[in-house]
Design a protein around this ligand. Structure first.
Ligand code: HAX
Length: 441
């Protein structure tokens, strides 16, 4: 058994004791109350999910396994010649909460290569789709196609299903899925935008460098990929993609079913698709308002108001939990500022100018609870700079990263034996009765 799996087995066994004790001895302790506006309004802020993989503080932003983004980047072993960690090291960290040693990372790097081999029927399935399908449809289909070989599904139907070891089969699928998804994403990119010019993975490279290699990118892009996939990996459990994955898997649907569903949620414009919407907004702004002229704050302000007055949202701004600038935005902005060429890029200048103008506009507009930028406001400009300019692909990149968090989470869901998710609904009549006569809690 690999060191990663052994460590995970030990940690799951230790952690289960805590979960079981909470359930048995403190199951009736009330941690939250639910209001009518929460019940109607998308369950904001209701504390009813448990994960130890990441935690999102409204003002501080995300912590992965207790570490902020800079602390995470600092603590993990780096890719050769890079100041960024390998995605493989981060995978070990997300799963176990431990900073892996070099030896442990090397083992993951090796195992990853074995697991990243994508069955050829995935290519057939993706090729069979209309070529103008959205790349997220291709990614979701590619993932779903692998369901037929799910080790968890086989174990479930084997007649020997055993809840205590079920997590090991989820772990197997989850690990296969995270290793294969970048290869599938690169295939889709090459199929759609590079005339089906397919590039085989290079077994000497880590995941980020390999992704750069497969989509025909320069060596520097390896760091973009590493940073991007790590930043997008997890945002605690309540966001649409993570929650969908958790929900679907809670019915003991295997990781392929679960993550394909999660990707379909990620493809919504209020969630992961916002990164493509940001680029779309900027390009239309340049065409309609600039027509070759230099951007100004006045023109940006006008375009933002026009967007709001037409009933649309400002993509890349606002958040259901965050109440300050997303540190994932800041990490990417710092990357731009530290990268010669990128910090003077015209598109980066527009993105920075929007950052100066949009929060005030949103505050004056008076609706959004959070006028600050989220991760999606900044991510496209980096891709654009490096030549990944097909912005309908940006959510696929998000989906590759998000797989890490979703797969780590459902491995732990099974390890801790979380049950099928099934919240209770009520009727409008009932809400009206409670409104007239609030129940005593
Ligand atoms: N532009 C215009 N209006 C906005 C807004 C924005 N960026 N953000 C919120 N609002 C509006 C909402 O549409 C809502 O309007 P109504 O009362 O008319 O329905 C009102 O402000 C209150 O919304 P909220 O409570 O502040 O925000 P929600 O929790 O309802 O929604 C969203 C959070 C992220 C969906 C929202 O801020 C939004 O639509 N942002 C733009 C899209 C975007 O960037 N999405 C990506 C978010 C991060 C992410 O998941 N990445 O994947």
């Amino acid at each position: 058994m690999s060191q990663l799996k052994q460590t995970l087995a030990k940690k799951i066994a230790e952690h289960s004791v805590r979960t079981q004790r909470l359930l048995k001895e403190f199951g009736n302790v009330v941690i939250d109350k639910v209001t009518i506006s929460q019940a109607i309004g998308g369950m904001r802020d209701i504390k009813a999910l448990v994960t130890d993989i990441s935690y999102l503080d409204p003002f501080e932003g995300i912590r992965f396994r207790g570490k902020t983004i800079p602390e995470t980047f600092e603590a993990l072993p780096k890719a050769p010649g890079s100041k960024y960690p390998t995605v493989e090291a981060f995978w070990y960290f997300l799963l176990t909460g431990d900073i892996p040693t070099k030896e442990q990372v090397d083992e993951v790097l090796k195992e990853w290569k074995v697991r990243q081999v994508v069955p050829s029927y995935v290519w057939d399935a993706i090729r069979a789709l209309p070529r103008d399908s959205h790349p997220m449809v291709m990614l979701s289909t590619g993932i779903l196609t692998m369901q037929k070989d799910s080790k968890f599904a086989k174990f479930y139907s084997s007649g020997n299903f055993n809840k205590k070891v079920a997590w090991e089969y989820v772990y197997e699928d989850a690990y296969d899925l995270v290793a294969r998804i970048p290869i599938i994403a690169a295939f889709i990119y090459n199929l759609k935008y590079r005339g089906d010019f397919q590039v085989a993975p290079d077994p000497s490279l880590d995941m980020g460098a390999n992704f750069a290699h497969m989509i025909g990118q320069c060596k520097e892009y390896a760091d973009v990929a590493r940073m991007y996939f790590i930043l997008h990996s997890d945002h605690e459990s309540g966001n649409v993609s993570a929650h969908t994955t958790h929900l679907v898997h809670s019915a003991l649907s295997d990781p392929y079913y679960a993550y394909s569903a999660g990707l379909n949620g990620l493809a919504g414009p209020l969630h992961g698709l916002a990164n493509q919407e940001v680029l779309d907004w900027i390009i239309k702004f340049e065409e309609k308002y600039l027509k070759g002229a230099e951007p100004t704050k006045e023109l940006i302000e006008k375009a933002l108001w026009d967007t709001l007055n037409s009933g649309q949202v400002i993509p890349g701004y606002g958040h259901a939990v965050l109440r300050k600038t997303d540190p994932r935005y800041t990490a990417q902005r710092n990357f731009c500022l530290e990268t010669p060429g990128l910090k003077d890029d015209p598109l980066f200048k527009v993105v920075s100018m929007i950052y100066e103008v949009a929060p005030d506009v949103l505050m004056k507009h008076g609706k959004a609870k959070n006028p600050w930028p989220n991760v999606d406001a900044q991510s496209g400009v980096i891709q654009w700079y490096y030549g990944v300019r097909e912005w309908d692909f940006y959510t696929v990149l998000f989906g590759v990263g998000r797989a890490l968090g979703c797969m780590a989470n459902i491995t732990w869901d099974r390890g801790l034996g979380y049950p099928i998710e099934r919240p209770k609904s009520v009727t409008t009549d009932m809400l009206e009765q409670w409104a007239a006569n609030p129940p005593q809690l």
